[in-house]
Design a protein around this ligand. Structure first.
Ligand SMILES: O=C(O)C(=O)C[C@]1(C(=O)O)C=C[C@@H](O)C=C1
Length: 264
């Protein structure tokens, strides 16, 4: 936390929309477990349901997929008290922030918990926090307070920096696995040759390319920086094709140097 940042402030009441979804249910349960007042709402988002959830809320957290995000904000917004902070947890930040700012004249804050619905309770649980329009220090501190109360670590960034980072961390992680396993798919002649290191990579990629493939494809499409990240990766492949493997190895070592990439 920088000197200019206010201490996290716990919201008096949080309306959590999408409480039946995997992330929404996890956040609701954890918030209730630490004594926060949370009113969850899920489909069908009838006016009465939303009115009850949003009454007196000082924070509304939208936890719904990007595909229905704008439609849900339209339904929620008329029920919010005028001073409520409207926030989201979407894995991209530029587009949802624009959508919230278009529909809600009050304070807007974007967040992205950088973990899934079943995080290791012992692990660091970082949450990116992005100031949107009309968000004062106090409003940001409230969104941060929600996540701090759950034991998460918050840090601030901008929507553009966030999406540029996620294009490389999340989307390229997916795309490089996808391209590699798509390339080798159906080549039965390879099966007798599989090695332990190949199997380690195959195991590491399994969840991402099977049960989570639609999630990651959606994140790739929703991020305006995905294609640029693919072009940068292609430059690395060009170096490999030209035989500059030592150069690539030296660069890659950064991740395992002391005090650098934080890898183990
Ligand atoms: O927990 C998982 O398995 C996840 O895939 C979570 C994961 C990721 O690791 O990329 C996926 C989407 C969210 O934006 C944040 C984290």
């Amino acid at each position: 936390m920088s000197a200019a940042q206010t201490r996290p402030r716990t919201p008096a009441k949080t309306a959590l929309i999408g409480a039946g979804g995997r992330m929404g249910a996890m956040l609701c349960a954890r918030a209730a477990a630490v004594g926060l007042t949370v009113a969850g709402a899920d489909q069908p988002l009838a006016p009465e349901t939303l009115a009850a959830a949003c009454a007196d809320a000082d924070l509304a957290l939208i936890c719904v997929p990007a595909a229905v995000f704008e439609e849900v904000v339209r339904l929620v917004e008329p029920h919010l008290p005028p001073t409520a902070v409207l926030a989201d947890i979407t894995s991209v930040k530029e587009r949802p922030l624009r959508q919230m700012e278009k529909l809600w004249p009050g304070p807007v804050v974007g967040t992205h918990p950088l973990f899934g619905p079943r995080p290791d309770p012992e692990a660091d649980q970082p949450v990116a926090v992005v100031p949107g329009h009309n968000a004062t220090e106090g409003h940001l501190a409230m969104a941060e307070g929600f996540f701090s109360a759950l034991g998460c670590r918050t840090f601030r960034t901008t929507a553009e920096k966030h999406d540029q980072a996620m294009a490389r961390i999340q989307n390229m992680n997916f795309i490089t696995n996808l391209a590699y396993f798509a390339l080798l798919a159906g080549q039965e002649d390879l099966l007798p040759f599989l090695t332990p290191s190949f199997r380690r990579r195959q195991n590491a990629a399994r969840k991402m390319l099977t049960e989570d493939a639609r999630l990651f494809s959606g994140l790739f499409e929703a991020n305006p920086h995905s294609h640029e990240a693919v072009r940068q990766y292609r430059q690395m492949l060009n170096l490999a094709a030209a035989g500059d493997i030592d150069l690539l190895c030296r660069r890659a070592q950064w991740w395992w140097e002391d005090g650098a990439g934080g890898g183990s």
